[in-house]
Design a protein around this ligand. Structure first.
Ligand SMILES: [Mg+2]
Length: 276
């Protein structure tokens, strides 16, 4: 399915050269002007995009105001908003309770197309031997936190950044046993191993095939390398890719911080309420 390029983005791109290189730190009101909750579908990465990164994955906080604003945005966007995260669905539900949203967990391995629907699992669990070996690598280093999600294993090394190259090498040796089946996602102070064949882009395409997303212009907001697959998917559909915190390849515009994304969500929800 293709969409017309939104006129605002076309003008914006012509004026700034956006698309080839995302503008760093685009003012929120300029990003807001590109978007319309009545015609856009919104896909949000979570960590580093909607919420601030914490020293430990369990230490993150979802502000109550964000839950309120996302709920309001979902209403004005007719439900066309989804979380697209590396976290597992049950963790996302716990973080954002009592709100329930459409979501994709573990980089596309899990999908819930509309709130309350059954969880689809397009990504099969990793081989138990691979999971055990990856856990073993993590456990051998005191600065590494192992997060075994079944469909993926993430090794976080935020507590000892110098470990990065060594960890990467040890993980590569395990992945090399099945290079056609397994892949490593490098993120911010994390390496995550998962099966090939699904990613955040595949999740976006699947959402866009069905209501309430189908027929809308997709917008993807993300802060990390794994979000580039989401950027590519929305750009195929003439959508808008918003990079957070740094200029990622494939982004149209960049917002400096997760707090700017939260401010944008609030403004979009309110501007649409005013229009109704
Ligand atoms: Mg992120």
């Amino acid at each position: 399915m293709t969409h017309p390029v939104p006129p605002a983005l076309r003008e914006f791109g012509a004026a700034t050269g956006a698309g080839a290189t995302a503008l760093l730190d685009t003012p929120i009101h300029e990003v807001e002007a590109l978007l319309d909750p009545s015609t856009n579908a919104f896909f949000f990465d979570v960590d580093g995009t909607l919420i601030d990164i914490a020293p430990h994955p369990d230490a993150v906080e979802v502000p109550a105001s964000l839950i309120r604003d996302l709920t309001a945005l979902s209403e004005v966007a007719n439900g066309a908003i989804a979380l697209v995260s590396g976290r597992a669905a049950d963790v996302l539900d716990r973080l954002f309770a009592p709100m329930s949203l459409a979501l994709s967990g573990i980089h596309g391995a899990q999908m819930r197309r509309v709130p309350g629907a059954a969880l689809e699992q397009p990504g099969a669990p990793l081989d138990p031997a691979v999971r055990a070996d990856l856990s073993g690598v993590g456990d051998a280093h005191s600065g590494v936190l192992v997060e075994d999600k079944g469909a993926s294993v993430a090794l976080h090394y935020r507590n000892d950044p110098a470990l990065g190259p060594r960890l990467e090498e040890e993980i590569a040796r395990i992945v090399a046993r099945d290079p056609r089946g397994l892949t490593v996602l490098p993120g911010r102070m994390v390496f995550e191993v998962k099966r090939r064949g699904y990613d955040k882009g595949a999740a976006v395409r699947a959402f866009m095939d069905a209501p309430p997303f189908a027929g809308r212009i997709p917008v993807f907001l993300g802060d990390d390398v794994t979000d580039e697959a989401g950027f590519a998917a929305v750009r195929e559909m003439h959508g808008i890719a918003i990079s957070v915190g740094r200029r990622l390849p494939g982004a149209d515009v960049t917002l400096p911080h997760a707090q700017d994304v939260r401010a944008l969500v609030k403004r979009l929800a309110r501007s649409a309420e005013r229009r109704v």
